[in-house]
Design a protein around this ligand. Structure first.
Ligand SMILES: N[C@@H](CCC(=O)N[C@@H](CS)C(=O)NCC(=O)O)C(=O)O
Length: 119
């Protein structure tokens, strides 16, 4: 398991994805409503950031140590300040996903493969 944390892809499955500009635009539209709460030195967060890089996702990163407002938002919305946490969606309907392995699996399922976002 540790091995997967130190590989370039984070063990999250193969080379970086390739997309046409049109596919990337569709994926960018989907990821516009996502935000990752994290901080730099957190290894669990690094694992998620590596998956985001491999999948070429433009997801806003919100560092809870650099911005107290982000930490407050995480606690208020998600219920605790553990990172990483992916905020999925906006407002009252937002879903807060904790657990690095769950976040990576969700990203892989949704944005891996063909490059088109799946439902
Ligand atoms: N099993 C979790 C572990 C997450 C975790 O332990 N995060 C640490 C930072 S590396 C943390 O936020 N600790 C503070 C807290 O839980 O409030 C995962 O894989 O995401």
């Amino acid at each position: 398991m540790l091995d997967s944390w130190f590989t370039p892809t984070g063990g999250s499955g193969g080379p970086a994805v390739e997309r046409s500009p049109e596919q990337q635009a569709r994926v960018d539209a989907e990821t516009a409503s996502l935000a990752l709460y994290h901080y730099e030195s957190c290894m669990f967060c690094a694992r998620v950031r590596r998956a985001i890089a491999r999948l070429k996702l433009n997801i806003e990163l919100r560092d809870i140590l650099r911005d107290a407002g982000h930490r407050r938002d995480l606690e208020a919305g998600g219920g605790r300040s553990t990172v990483p946490c992916m905020k999925i969606g906006e407002g009252q309907n937002a879903r807060w996903m904790y657990e690095s392995a769950d976040i990576v699996a969700w990203l892989e399922k949704k944005f891996g493969g063909s490059g088109d976002a799946a439902s």
